[in-house]
Design a protein around this ligand. Structure first.
Ligand SMILES: [Zn+2]
Length: 437
């Protein structure tokens, strides 16, 4: 199979008349200045597939229901818990399939799913213990995107100056009881074509110090993700009980390093930035979530300057538009620093397509040997017409994405997903959850 683009963003920059040869899901040759011949034509500017490095698929049910009434991160969390309490394997599959299809429409070719909804209500194990993970595997396969299942250790209900709190209500569904039982269940999760397995530490609120090293050990080289310092209250509790920051606690327990991703990293001390940078820990920024939840603006430029790769996630899915996440990485820096051009377009593209932190190091670059994932962005819409292609990430939105190809297979063509009407799928998945509330 061959594809042809009038222009494409290659590792060397934007090239013209590019022909892609694909075999067994990989690019075997990428040639600029080529003739189209019999190749299938791609419309607009072709980019590598986007990596959505931080997702909680079921949070999609909260969109448009939690933003208008004020409140805080913690009141938002109560609404999230009420949805978490109602999902079963069938409704989870329906919701995740529609959410992943929406991601595909937005150019996402791989998603890192931070998965903590793994038990039945009350905390019982399902008879088929990983049935909720299997729902996610099926959902991603149906939607046509690659999945990194980050099975999340979640053991306690919170942290204050006196220590870790017991789990309450819907939180019981998130826990295996202890880290040993979590590890046993995770070991029985098997990767498959299109799905890889990693692990996650929910946060220093939900995993006590004694279990942190065990989670890293179980990872055994697979990706490790953790929410880090999204909220000031987490920092205060960590400081009060452990006498150090969340970053330092994770560092003391050997969690940080090139295989680890710290999600958010919003409220950091100078020493935290140094430790994250020197350990080459990846930072996943989630700008649309961080602004919706009034988390704050993390020090992305400083983290990048000390050595942290930066990735992006749509997290709670108040917005699923990875181009918007990339643009916001730069725009938030402008607001907080008073300077423009904090990230170059090439750096924004690297964040948008950074697959290594979710365990797909062969994806995200249009070069021979890489996975044949690409996203064709129209340059003739009302948003993009007249723009310099080099600045497409600062002008285009998810609505401008025409074609999405994963492992050489088109999953979106002409802006339509292969499963059909994704808005109808989302409605059908979400409405019953609120009607049963
Ligand atoms: Zn999250």
């Amino acid at each position: 199979m061959s594809w042809f683009a009038d222009s494409a963003w290659l590792p060397s920059g934007i090239a013209h008349d590019v022909r892609f040869e694909v075999a067994d899901g990989r690019l075997t040759e990428v040639r600029a200045g080529a003739e189209p011949g019999d190749a299938r034509r791609l419309r607009g500017l072709v980019l590598p597939g986007f990596a959505n490095a931080h997702s909680h698929a079921f949070h999609r049910a909260l969109r448009g229901r939690t933003h208008g009434g004020g409140g805080t991160f913690w009141t938002w969390r109560d609404a999230m818990y009420s949805i978490a309490g109602r999902l079963d394997p069938d409704s989870y599959l329906t919701l995740a399939r529609a959410t992943y299809a929406e991601m595909a429409l937005a150019g996402v070719t791989s998603v890192g799913e931070f998965h903590y909804l793994h038990h039945a209500p009350g905390g019982e194990r399902y008879a088929e213990e990983n049935v909720m993970a299997e729902a996610l595997r099926q959902a991603a396969a149906d939607a046509g995107i690659r999945l990194t299942l980050l099975d999340t250790c979640y053991l306690t209900g919170g942290l204050d100056s006196t220590g870790h709190k017991p789990l309450v209500g819907p939180q019981l569904r998130f826990s295996d009881g202890d880290v040993g039982r979590w590890a046993e269940r995770v070991e029985r999760l098997t990767p498959s074509d299109g799905m890889t397995v990693g692990v996650a530490i929910h946060s220093v609120r939900a995993v006590p110090r004694a279990a942190l090293g065990s989670v890293s050990f179980v990872a055994a080289g697979r990706p490790v993700h953790a929410h880090v310092s999204e909220q000031l209250a987490e920092n205060a509790a960590c400081q009060a009980f452990y006498g150090c920051t969340a970053t330092m606690l994770l560092d003391d327990e050997g969690v940080l390093g090139p295989g680890t991703t710290a999600v958010h990293a919003t409220h950091l001390a100078d020493a935290d930035i140094d430790v994250l940078g020197h350990s080459r820990t990846t930072i996943c920024m989630c700008p649309t979530t961080e602004r919706d939840l009034a988390d704050g603006i993390g020090p992305a430029r400083r983290l990048a300057a000390t050595g942290c790769p930066i990735t992006l996630g749509s997290d709670q899915h108040a917005v699923i538009d990875l181009l918007e996440e990339a643009r916001s990485l730069e725009m938030d820096e402008r607001l907080s620093s008073g300077e423009r051009g904090r990230f170059t377009p090439t750096e924004l593209l690297a964040a948008l397509t950074g697959h290594a932190g979710i365990g797909w190091p062969d994806a995200g670059r249009l070069e021979a040997g890489g996975l044949a994932d690409f996203v064709a962005v129209r340059t003739d819409t009302v948003r993009t017409a007249g723009a310099d292609p080099e600045q497409i990430l600062l002008s285009a939105t998810a609505a401008d994405i025409d074609t999405v190809v994963v492992s050489g297979e088109p999953i979106v063509e002409g802006g339509r997903h292969r499963l059909g009407d994704v808005a109808a799928m989302l409605s059908a998945a979400i409405q019953p959850l609120w009607e049963s509330a």
